[in-house]
Design a protein around this ligand. Structure first.
Ligand code: ADP
Length: 260
């Protein structure tokens, strides 16, 4: 039992701690906001001149301005490819900061799940085909009318990121499987590959900004390490979550659950 004095001191201490915690939290939020604004600003400023340079390179690589010395075409094309990588990263940063700045609430639209998954499949099919992989899609029986309310463009990007990872990191000739199901409360989308799996030590960092595997054969594939980070932000902004099941040399499954 506290004496009134002790009680007052304890309450004061607790209030002070609470106040400090709140202050730290709002400072951190302020810092996050500033960072997001900064990224948006810099990306916007960089994007148009870089895109213009990229186009000029295209012209420079042709013979439109007269005959070119040997190797010239090769060098300009390589520069253009590096520029494409940079533009892709800038696109991803913009995407990420916009998700943070605005949130998805104002872009919510209702759509049927089946055609949405069909559209996702169409987008990944081309990559799967180019990589010599089989893409299997399974719609649930009687799931034809299931709907979802979402920021459809962002959600499509998030699922596409995960599905194109499945193709990118799959084993040669492997299969990619997209399965979904819905009940009254949620929609689950499962995207599986038959790739090398994700090492357990890397799982805690998988969704961090810029995380890429330490494994040389995975690092060798092009990427920014932002795809999953953005995908998780989008899914979280919808009140959903992403789970991962993975087994060495057997494959990886990402399970995206969204509330309806
Ligand atoms: P990126 O693919 O651009 O590197 P992501 O954020 O999409 O970035 O993925 C982060 C990392 O997670 C990848 O570099 C890779 O190491 C690992 N990863 C993602 N998906 C898979 C997968 N299906 N199989 C194995 N590793 C994966």
């Amino acid at each position: 039992p506290f004496s009134p004095d002790e009680l007052k001191r304890a309450v004061d201490r607790a209030l002070e701690r609470r106040f400090l915690a709140l202050e730290t939290k709002s400072l951190r939020e302020e810092k996050d906001r500033m960072e997001a604004n900064f990224i948006t600003m810099v990306s916007h400023q960089m994007r148009s001149p870089l895109a213009a340079v990229r186009q000029l390179m295209e012209v420079a690589a042709t013979e439109a301005l007269g005959p070119l010395p040997a190797d010239y075409h090769d060098i300009v094309s390589r520069a253009a490819r590096r520029m494409d990588e940079l533009l892709q990263s800038i696109g991803a940063w913009l995407n990420m900061s916009q998700i943070e700045a605005k949130g998805v609430a104002e872009r919510m639209e209702k759509a049927e799940v089946k055609p949405f998954i069909d559209l996702l499949t169409k987008r990944v099919e081309i990559e799967a085909m180019a990589a010599g992989q089989y893409l299997r899609v399974e719609h649930p029986e009687g799931g034809g009318a299931a709907t979802i309310e979402a920021d459809l463009a962002s959600l499509m990007d998030a699922l596409y990121n995960i599905a194109s990872n499945a193709v990118k990191y799959n084993r040669v000739g492997g299969e990619v499987r997209i399965v979904w199901r819905a009940d009254d409360y949620q929609v689950d989308v499962e995207i599986s590959d038959q790739g090398p799996g994700i090492p357990e030590v890397e799982l805690p960092y998988l969704f961090d900004d810029f995380f890429r595997s330490r494994k040389p054969e995975l690092r060798a594939k092009p990427g920014t390490g932002l795809g999953l980070a953005i995908a998780r932000r989008v899914v979280k902004a919808h009140g959903g979550e992403i789970a991962v099941r993975t087994k060495a040399d057997e494959g990886t499954t990402f399970i995206i659950s969204l509330p309806r």
